[in-house]
Design a protein around this ligand. Structure first.
Ligand code: CA
Ligand code: CA
Length: 148
């Protein structure tokens, strides 16, 4: 059974993998930023039509929707990440981390900076941020099934 949260979590995990594949410190600063391109319906269709037979199978359609959702989540997370990176360092330092809404409103469930900073460089890169969001979504799903 796939709940919405599990689906989100699975996608976020996929993102973590994608983000780690993209993570090249200092070499390509803009590479991790997914471009928000306004696609024409034709271009969208062509992207989904993997075998170019001008028809969309259900599988192609599903895969296309999934890819779009994933890209939208990455774009949204990246926008959040950038807006929280007040000093534009490309990472979240502890002071920025403790301003995150999920940290501020998390109470006793709030993630700690040390647990989120998996490579222990005293700042959160985008990949660590995505992992944090995924972990937080999962902990909320398991710890608090009822409304807060
Ligand atoms: Ca920063
Ligand atoms: Ca780090």
């Amino acid at each position: 059974m796939i709940t919405r949260t599990n689906l989100f979590f699975a996608m976020a995990l996929g993102l973590t993998v994608a983000a780690s594949a993209q993570a090249r410190p200092a070499a390509a600063p803009a590479a991790a930023a997914p471009a928000a391109v306004a696609e024409t319906p034709e271009a969208m269709f062509q992207n989904m039509d993997k075998n170019n037979d001008k028809m969309l199978s259900l599988d192609e359609f599903k895969a296309g929707i999934e890819a779009r959702n994933r890209a939208m989540i990455v774009a949204r997370l990246h926008a959040q990440f950038k807006s929280m990176d007040k000093n534009n360092s490309g990472a979240l330092e502890p002071t920025e981390f403790y301003e995150l809404p999920m940290v501020k409103s998390g109470g006793s469930n709030a993630p700690t900076f040390t647990s989120a900073d998996t490579d222990k460089d005293q700042k959160l890169n985008f990949k660590e941020y995505v992992a944090l969001v995924a972990k937080y979504a999962e902990s909320r799903a398991t710890a608090a099934p009822s409304k807060p």
